[in-house]
Design a protein around this ligand. Structure first.
Ligand code: GLC
Ligand code: GLC
Length: 812
C-alpha cells in the first residue's frame, strides 16, 4: 500500500494521506540553521548543534506520535483545523504534503478555505521562513482567525527534558510589534536569542504556553484558538512559546499571503548584545525579517534555493530506462547523502539530537556520497575530522559539531576508525584532483602546536592497524570495528552499563577482526597508490608489504572453508565459523574480503558470495549474520542483546549490503549485484510502504530480517551510512563510473539483459556525456571512444574544465 507518489519533475514526494505508518519527514536548511519537518508539520529547529542550540521543543516517542511542531491553527466560525491535519486532526477536504529538496509544502482545505504552507530555510539565512497562503474558494466572503504556534526549547535539548526545578523559572520573552522574542538566559552567559515574527500587524499574541493551550488541554485544543481569542500573555518562567493571532477577511476567490520568520541571532561580542538595559539588540533580527517581508521576496529566495539544488543535482544525471532507479540516483539518494553529510547521525526521528555527535567513521563514509556535489565542503570536513585524531593514529569515535572537539564520554579505541580517514581522503582527491590537501597542517586532538601534514595523519592511520596486530597477524578489534555492537572485550553482566561506553578489557585481548583486515587491504592499497601518485615510492613499498602480509594472514587464518571468519574472540576462539552454535556466518567480513578480492584466484571470493546467497539473503535484503543469536553471549556483547532479526543481530543492515554488492562486481556477477541493490532500494519498496513503515524516498538503516517477528519492517530512516554506500555502489560499481587520479574510469557491472544507459557526469569542471551500450554481457569494456577517438583501456582521460565531451562505451 502507498501513501503518496513521486513527482520526479518537481523532485518531490507527494504524500496524499496524512496517516502515514510513521511520520515521514524532511530536512530544511543546509548550512547552519536546520529544521526537521514531518508530513503534519511536526518537528523542530536548531542552530548548528541539535543538542546545545535547540531552538524549538520536540517530544520524542510521545503519545500521540510526533507531538510538537510549527502549527497553524485556523478557526473558521468555530471549526478549528490545521493545514497539516495534526494536531487537531479535523478531517480535511483535501490534504497534500510535498517534500522537496530542502523545502516542504503542506496544503489543507476545509469548508472552501485552502491553506498552503511553504516551509524552507533560505540560503545563507539563520531562519526558517514560512509562507502561508489562504484562499477563499467559497461564493461568499469569509472571516477567519489564524493562530501561529511555536514552542521554545530552553537551548540545551538534554537539560530541557530534565532540569525542571531550574527551567520552570528561567523563561523570558520580549514582544515588539509582530515579533515575539525568546531571550531566555540572555541576561547571563548567552549571546543568542530566537524570534518568531510575521509580516503583517497582529491583533494579538500569546507567549506563555499554559495561557495559550490550557494546563490540561492538548495541542489539539488550545483554549485561545477554540475561544477565538488570544490572551496577550507574557511568559515569566514555565514554558515560553510564540503565537500570533491574525484576523483575516477573504472575499470570494481571494488569496492572502503571510510570511512568518522563525529565526536565530548570535552576537560575536557580548558588548553589542543589548539595546538598553534589559532590552535585547534586535537589529540583526530586524534585518532578516526585512529580507522576507513580502511574499515576492520569499518567492525569489525559494527560486534561489531550487536553483541551488538544480545545480548540485546536475553533476550526475542518469537515464537508465528504469524510472525507479533514475529517481533514486538523480534525486533522492543524492539528497539523502547531503542530509547525512550535514547531520551525520545527530538528529532524525530516530536520533534525538542529544545522543550522538559526528562519528569519525560515519562522517568519512558519508563523504563518498556527496563529494562530487561540493568538494570544498568535503575538504573542510576531512580537516575537521583529522583534527580529532590522536598522535598514534587512534581516533575519538565522535566529535561535537559546535566545538569540533572529540567526545570524552565515548572516547576512542574503535580500531577500524583510522582506516576511514584514508578512505575519505582518497575519495576526495580522486574527485577533485586536489593533492594540496595532503600538505595541510592538521593538529592532533585539536591541540595547538601538534600540527603535522594531513599526509602524516594518513601514515599514522595506516600504521595504527599494523601496530595493533593480534596472534594471527590480523588486526586487533579494540572496542569494536564497524559493528559497534560486536563488543569482544566488554564482558558486561551489569544491566545498568552501556555497551557503548563501558570500560573495555582490551589489555591482553586476542580479539581480532576480519572486517578490519579486509578494510585494511582495500584502504591500504589506496594508500599505496596515493604514495606512488605523490612520488613517495619508498613509503609505497613499505606499505605494500604490510598489505600483502595481511592478504596472506586472511587466507591462512581467516578462512572457514566456505566463507571468511568474522573475528577471533578475547580468548582467540573463532567467531563466524561453522563450528559456532549461532551466528556461523557474518556479512561484514564477506563484504570487505571480497571487495579486496582476497583469495580470488583460489575461489574464495566466489565461495564466500555463494554462501552469502545461501545463508544471508532473504526477500528483503541480506541479513547481518545467520543463524541469529537467540541467547546472550557475554563474550560478544551488544550484538547478542538484540532480539533475533533486529539491528546488528541478523537485521538487514542496509549500510553493509553494498559491500556484498561491490564484492559481486569484483566477481563480475552483475545480475546478483543488481538484484541485491533493488531489494533494499526505497523506490522499489514503495508499494509495501505499510509494511516498511518509513519514508519510501530514503534509505533506512535497518530492515527487520528473516528471523524477526515482522520481516520487512524498516527503522531508523535518513541518517545512515546506507545513503552514501548505496550511492557509491550504484554509481561507481554497478554503473561503474569511477573517479580515478588520471580521469574517469568506466567499468560497469550490470545484468546481461540491460541494453545500456546514459550518464551525464561533471568531473573536475568538465562534463562527460557517457553512453554505455551492452549486448548481453555483465562486465567488460570492449571499446571506449572519447569525442570520436578510440582510447585504449577503460579510463576516459581528463578533459579541460568547461568542456563538454561525448564518451561511448561498448561492453563486451
Ligand atoms: C550505526 C553507526 C555506525 C556503525 C553501525 C553498525 O550505523 O552509526 O557507526 O558502524 O551502526 O554498528
Ligand atoms: C547502538 C546501535 C548501533 C549504533 C550504536 C552506536 O548500539 O544499535 O547501530 O551504531 O548504538 O551509538
Amino acid at each position: 500500500m502507498k501513501f503518496g507518489h513521486f513527482d520526479d519533475q518537481r523532485r518531490e514526494y507527494v504524500i496524499t494521506n496524512p496517516r502515514t505508518p510513521w511520520p515521514w519527514i524532511n530536512y530544511l536548511g543546509n548550512e547552519d540553521f536546520f529544521s526537521l519537518i514531518s508530513n503534519t508539520a511536526g518537528g523542530y529547529s536548531f542552530y548548528k548543534d541539535a543538542k546545545f542550540r535547540r531552538i524549538t521543543r520536540y517530544r520524542y516517542n510521545n503519545v500521540p506520535m510526533d507531538n510538537g511542531g510549527r502549527y497553524f491553527y485556523i478557526n473558521d466560525n468555530g471549526t478549528v483545523w490545521n493545514p497539516g491535519w495534526k494536531p487537531c486532526k479535523t478531517e480535511l477536504d483535501k490534504y497534500e504534503c510535498r517534500h522537496g529538496m530542502n523545502y516542504t509544502i503542506i496544503t489543507g482545505e476545509k469548508n472552501g478555505i485552502e491553506a498552503e504552507t511553504l516551509f524552507f530555510v533560505p540560503l545563507k539565512t539563520l531562519a526558517e521562513v514560512q509562507k502561508v497562503k489562504l484562499t477563499n474558494k467559497n461564493k461568499e466572503a469569509k472571516k477567519i482567525k489564524l493562530f501561529s504556534f511555536a514552542e521554545w526549547c530552553l537551548w540545551n535539548a538534554a537539560t530541557d527534558m530534565e532540569n525542571f526545578q531550574r527551567n520552570f523559572s528561567t523563561g523570558e520573552v520580549e514582544i515588539e510589534g509582530s515579533a515575539l522574542y525568546h531571550k531566555t538566559e540572555f541576561k547571563e552567559r548567552r549571546n543568542h536569542y530566537a524570534y518568531y515574527s510575521v509580516n503583517v500587524p497582529i491583533q494579538g499574541y500569546d507567549t506563555d504556553r499554559e495561557s495559550f493551550i490550557g494546563l490540561y488541554n492538548e495541542f489539539s485544543e488550545p483554549q485561545a484558538v477554540t475561544a477565538g481569542k488570544p490572551n496577550m500573555s507574557v511568559a515569566h518562567g514555565w514554558s515560553p512559546i510564540a503565537s500570533h493571532y491574525i484576523e483575516v477577511e477573504l472575499q470570494p476567490g481571494e488569496s492572502k499571503e503571510f510570511v512568518f520568520v522563525l529565526g536565530y541571532v548570535e552576537f560575536e561580542s557580548r558588548d553589542d548584545k543589548w539595546e538598553s538595559k534589559g532590552v535585547i539588540n534586535k537589529k540583526p533580527a530586524k534585518e532578516t525579517i526585512a529580507k522576507f517581508d513580502t511574499a515576492a521576496k520569499v518567492d525569489a529566495a525559494f527560486m534561489e534555493l531550487r536553483g541551488y539544488w538544480d545545480n548540485l543535482l546536475d553533476s550526475y544525471v542518469l537515464k537508465s530506462g528504469e524510472e525507479k532507479l533514475d529517481r533514486m540516483v538523480n534525486i533522492w539518494n543524492q539528497y539523502q547523502c547531503m542530509i547525512t553529510f550535514n547531520f551525520s547521525r545527530s538528529a532524525s526521528f530516530f536520533e534525538s539530537g542529544v545522543g550522538r555527535g559526528m562519528g569519525f567513521r560515519d562522517s568519512n563514509q558519508d563523504l563518498v556520497g556527496f563529494v562530487h556535489q561540493i568538494p570544498p565542503r568535503a575538504r573542510e570536513r576531512i580537516i575537521d575530522i583529522a583534527s580529532t585524531q590522536f598522535p598514534d593514529g587512534g581516533c575519538y569515535h565522535q566529535y561535537q559539531p559546535l566545538t569540533k572537539r572529540g567526545n570524552n564520554d565515548i572516547g576512542g579505541g574503535f580500531n577500524d576508525d583510522p582506516m576511514w580517514l584514508i578512505f575519505g581522503t582518497v575519495a576526495y582527491i580522486k574527485e577533485s584532483g586536489d593533492f594540496s590537501i595532503l600538505d595541510d597542517m592538521v593538529p592532533f586532538d585539536n591541540q595547538p602546536g601538534t600540527e603535522k601534514t594531513l599526509f602524516h595523519h594518513l601514515t599514522v592511520s595506516f600504521n595504527h592497524v599494523i601496530e595493533n596486530l593480534g596472534p594471527h597477524m590480523l588486526p586487533l578489534i579494540g572496542r569494536a570495528d564497524w559493528n559497534d555492537c560486536l563488543n569482544l572485550n566488554c564482558f558486561s553482566w551489569d544491566p545498568n552499563e552501556s555497551f557503548q561506553t563501558t570500560e573495555n578489557n582490551s589489555e591482553g585481548s586476542k580479539a581480532e577482526s576480519l572486517m578490519i583486515a579486509g578494510l585494511f587491504v582495500v584502504c591500504g592499497r589506496d594508500y599505496v597508490e596515493l604514495c606512488r601518485q605523490i612520488g613517495n615510492n619508498e613509503e609505497a613499498a613499505r606499505a605494500e608489504k604490510f598489505v600483502n602480509d595481511m592478504v596472506e594472514a586472511v587466507k591462512k587464518h581467516g578462512w572457514d572453508g566456505e566463507w571468511y571468519l568474522r573475528a577471533y574472540d578475547f580468548y582467540g576462539k573463532k567467531i563466524g565459523s561453522n563450528e559456532n552454535k549461532e551466528a556461523k556466518i557474518f556479512i561484514e567480513s564477506q563484504g570487505w574480503c571480497t571487495m579486496a578480492g582476497i583469495g580470488l584466484e583460489e575461489g574464495m571470493v566466489k565461495k564466500s558470495l555463494d554462501s552469502v546467497k545461501k545463508y544471508l539473503d532473504c526477500e528483503h535484503g541480506i541479513v547481518l549474520n545467520n543463524p541469529a543469536f537467540t541467547e546472550y553471549v557475554v563474550e560478544y556483547g551488544e550484538i547478542s542483546s538484540y532480539p533475533a532479526g533486529y539491528k546488528e543481530n541478523a537485521g538487514i543492515f542496509c549500510h553493509n549490503n553494498p559491500w556484498v554488492i561491490i564484492g559481486e562486481t569484483v566477481l563480475g556477477r552483475g545480475d546478483y549485484a543488481w538484484d541485491y541493490f533493488r531489494k533494499i532500494c526505497p523506490s522499489y519498496t514503495e508499494e509495501i510502504s505499510d509494511l516498511h513503515k518509513v519514508e519510501p524516498y530514503v534509505y533506512a538503516q535497518m530492515i527487520a530480517g528473516k528471523d524477526a517477528f515482522k520481516p520487512g519492517e524498516a527503522k531508523n530512516s535518513w541518517l545512515t551510512g546506507t545513503a552514501a554506500w548505496n550511492y557509491y555502489t550504484i554509481t561507481q560499481f554497478i554503473l561503474g563510473i569511477k573517479p580515478a587520479y588520471s580521469g574517469l574510469e568506466v567499468n560497469p557491472c550490470i545484468p546481461a539483459d540491460w541494453k545500456g544507459f546514459e550518464v551525464s557526469r561533471k568531473f573536475r569542471g568538465a562534463t562527460y556525456k557517457i553512453e554505455v551500450k551492452n549486448s548481453g554481457v555483465m562486465k567488460g569494456v570492449k571499446k571506449l571512444v572519447v569525442n570520436g577517438t578510440e582510447v585504449a583501456g577503460n579510463i576516459v582521460p581528463m578533459q579541460p574544465a568547461g568542456s563538454v565531451n561525448t564518451v561511448e562505451v561498448i561492453m563486451g
